[in-house]
Design a protein around this ligand. Structure first.
Ligand code: SF4
Ligand code: SF4
Length: 422
């Protein structure tokens, strides 16, 4: 659950991160309930347009999410037609797959609690907050009956990842972050999809993109979007794991999709390839050792024993996915927004380390990288320079930052210089 593209990443509470297609969802529900006659309050009537047909349906009460959901899936054939329409609209918007799960995750809370109790979330204290909302999505969006999960593939047309990783003078940026900020891209498309659903049916939708206490891999897995790999990310047969997930919470009892079987078999390639041993057991990640967490989420000093293992990875890490056999045939995404910007797939460390704060802010505008801020950016590159070949350029670059105003950066530069001069 460290910062990897499918994982809860920027949950700074609910504040700016929560995306609401209908921001006043709850107050509007209340207003309408209060204004409706009493006999309608427990199941009011709505209209649903599917193709050229009009259906009249009874809405569930707000507590109906506690009932067995399969009941309504077969009883409401018009919702099956709506689900088919939603899939078609999603494909038109560039989503590669869409599945539907019940807005409840029995058992997920217990697993999350065990993970938190072991301290494996490191500084991601937000993971410990809103546990009820995570394991019971209907608590997060009252009245929600279903969670629609969508997949958007992002693998960019870029220099071979292995070649960049093998060249210690270059910076490796996780491939999900070399283009535009996926939150913006995904959010805009999800909102359009939610609006389209809202125009066809009396539905209340709420859109999330990796931004609220939502166990999105868990939900997507339950709905058969893929299976959880031993590296803990979601995998699917046709696209491996290089994709983003987004969700729409909806208060209609759409038919549910069934989970799919896992296909990791006896493979443990991701566990063996992890540079820091962060996958401590199949399906268990210790975020405190994960390079994605250390370079993105972790705000302070990177533990010294882990620094040499980070190599030239300055923002995130893809190693456990790069070795996965299901990613062998990944094709580049056609999305222009995910195309590489500013040569971030092959930039020399010394060039990035020389960026002023103004340059950093200008070049990372609209990029997920900007969220870590200039200080962590320099900290991460200092570590990578400490692992880089001992060239005069590397030494010059480090010495130029020896008196940085930030104590955090200075300490990492000192460490790197000591390694270079040893
Ligand atoms: S390979 Fe290891 S360090 Fe890298 S993202 Fe995967 S779990 Fe984290
Ligand atoms: S590398 Fe192997 S074990 Fe790991 S997720 Fe892929 S198939 Fe599963």
């Amino acid at each position: 659950m460290a910062e990897r593209p499918q994982h809860a990443a920027h949950e700074r509470g609910f504040a700016a991160a929560q995306i609401a297609f209908e921001p006043d969802f709850q107050p509007r529900r209340k207003r309408r309930r209060q204004s409706r006659p009493k006999h309608e309050r427990s199941g009011f009537i709505g209209k649903l347009h599917v193709g050229c047909k009009l259906f009249i349906i009874g809405r569930m009460s707000e507590n109906d999410h506690l009932l067995e959901p399969v009941r309504d899936a077969t009883a409401l054939p018009h919702l099956t037609a709506l689900a088919a329409d939603i899939r078609r609209w999603a494909a038109e918007l560039g989503f590669s797959a869409l599945t539907i799960a019940a807005a409840d995750l029995p058992g997920a809370g217990e697993r999350l609690r065990r993970w938190l109790a072991a301290g494996r979330h490191g500084d991601m204290h937000y993971m410990a907050r809103h546990e009820a909302e995570r394991s019971h999505p209907a608590t997060l969006v009252p009245g929600a009956r279903r969670v629609i999960s969508v997949r958007m593939d992002y693998w960019p047309e870029a220099v071979c990842a292995a070649a960049t990783l093998a060249d210690g003078g270059l910076a490796y940026v996780s491939r999900y972050a070399v283009g535009r900020d996926y939150h913006k891209v995904l959010r805009a498309r999800l909102q359009r999809l939610a609006e389209r659903i809202g125009a066809a049916a009396p539905a209340h939708c709420r859109v999330f993109t990796d931004s609220a206490p939502v166990l999105e891999v868990e939900l997507a897995q339950r709905a058969g979007l893929g299976w959880r790999g031993k590296h803990t990310l979601l995998l699917c047969r046709d696209a491996g794991s290089f994709f983003f997930l987004g969700e729409i919470f909806i208060d209609l009892p759409l038919p549910l999709d069934a989970p799919v079987a896992g296909h990791c078999g006896t493979c443990e390639a991701c566990i063996e390839a992890c540079p820091t041993g962060a996958i401590v057991a199949p399906y268990t990640l210790d975020a405190r050792r994960c390079i994605s967490y250390l370079t993105i989420e972790h705000p302070g000093h990177i533990p010294e024993p882990l620094r040499p293992l980070i190599g030239n990875r300055i923002y995130g890490c893809d190693d456990c996915q790069l070795v996965c056999p299901w990613n062998r045939h990944t094709r580049p995404s056609a999305e222009a927004d995910f195309a590489v910007r500013h040569d971030l797939d092959r930039a020399p460390l010394t060039v990035l380390f020389a960026w002023s704060e103004a340059t950093f802010l200008a070049r990372t505008a609209g990029s997920a990288i900007r969220r870590i801020g200039y200080e962590r950016w320099l900290r991460n590159i200092a570590v990578a320079l400490g692992n880089a070949p001992k060239t005069p350029e590397v030494l010059t670059a480090l010495r130029a930052r020896a008196d940085e105003p930030s104590a955090l950066v200075r300490e990492h530069v000192r460490w790197a210089l000591a390694r270079r001069q040893a």
